[in-house]
Write a protein that binds this ligand. Sequence first.
Ligand code: C2O
Ligand code: CU
Length: 487
Amino acid sequence: MTRREFLSAMAGLTLIGIGGYPFVRRWMSSQGPLSLPSPPTVAWNGNIKTFRYVIQRGPVTLQDGTRFTGYLINGQFPGPELRVQEGDKVQVTVVNQLDQPTTLHWHGVNAPSPMDGVPGISQDPVLPGQSFTYEFIASPAGTRWYHSHVYEMEQVPNGLFGPLIIEPKTTPEPYPTQHELTLMFSTWGYKPGAGIDYGMMGNTGMGQMMGGGGNLSSSNQGLTHLVNGKIPTSLQSIKVAPREKLRLRLINASGTESYLLAIDGGTMLVTHTDGNPLQAPRVVSELYIAPAERYDVIVTPPRSGTWYLRSSLAGQESVRIPFSTVGEVKSSPAVGANSWSYLITGSNSFGSLPAVNHSVQLVLSGGMMMGGAWTINGASYPNTSPVKVRTGERIRLEMVNRSMMEHPMHLHGHSFAITSFNGRVLNSPLIKDVVNLKPMERCTIDFLANNPGNWFFHCHNLQHMVGGLATVIEYKDYPLPHVDKWM
Ligand code: C2O
Ligand code: CU
């Protein structure tokens, strides 16, 4: 029985209280050293899938013995892997048993504005003792995630985040693999000014800064790096067959840190950016992933025995996930691939940008030189001017980063196309919902205004967001005002 036949055989049944979906496709998150169990399905009626998330404080012990009181979803740290199919109607009832408000934001999903989880902009917070049922159609397909959007600097790193995988309806999958594994990177702990500060890098020249690789170092000794909530060096290795193609869904859930990921002696085939398929996949030697970005990559074992997926930024030596090949690898893959870059699919300086109805310039600045405040066009949220759009318009945001730190900018409720980067027009625009700008970098991103509402647009370095690097995309034809009330 194929998966499709199986699913249609199951359609119409309501299953009460089963643990996870009886999907036939194997995915590895639910087993092995990096387990992130699925949430119990409360009901499954045709394509309506209902889940219950009880949110509470509770003890967490990391593999190095560190203990803290986390924010748990159904007793789990971090949250479960929510897996649905494109087009499903997803209902998640959040039961808030905290002593503070909370919400969930469905990052990368085109949910309706009142389900988007940003207090003061799209949704009132879920108060202690209350519950709220989120309801949205699972779209677009791909690697998405969810996280709290209230007291983010406390609630997110302490547990209120998890993967949301929307499996595409189309069969066959464009890049089929036998196994897949979700790897969600995060940081636990707090350090003011966290993130990579290009202003603190001593003699590092501009050339190196713009190159993005090399000796960038994370300023963050105070942070513990986790993968799926675990200290990766404590893990037993993940077993892979010699010729296996393994799909990794890489999600950066850290509120401040980027990673530069590579496989020792191997390459990765990048197939999706923030969940959206590339027109043609690209082989890379290393992959820079900024906060809130996702990349799907396919890897094959580079050698027999043990090998690692690791981050090569200084200070991130503990970000090292062990794999081991069960059997012998005969030929090693060709080397010499390039690093990932937004320009990897080709670009040129003379190309012309697609037509849009409305273009808005946003200058990102602030930080140390502004006494710690972060600004867009000289103002900090909530004093930034909203970007006003109308349903049906094509909108362009032209951004430049005039500060010494990088800014992974995220648009709620829409995916956008990166149409140009550092003055070069992309031959095939990348579809994403986060674009990272290092110091002095600039880009244009285009989106179709097709989801009326009020939408947060902000830096996903949570310290920068709270410091004011945010604005709102406001639909003129959407009746509900937002109130700019910062939670
Ligand atoms: Cu990941 Cu405002 O969101
Ligand atoms: Cu930022």
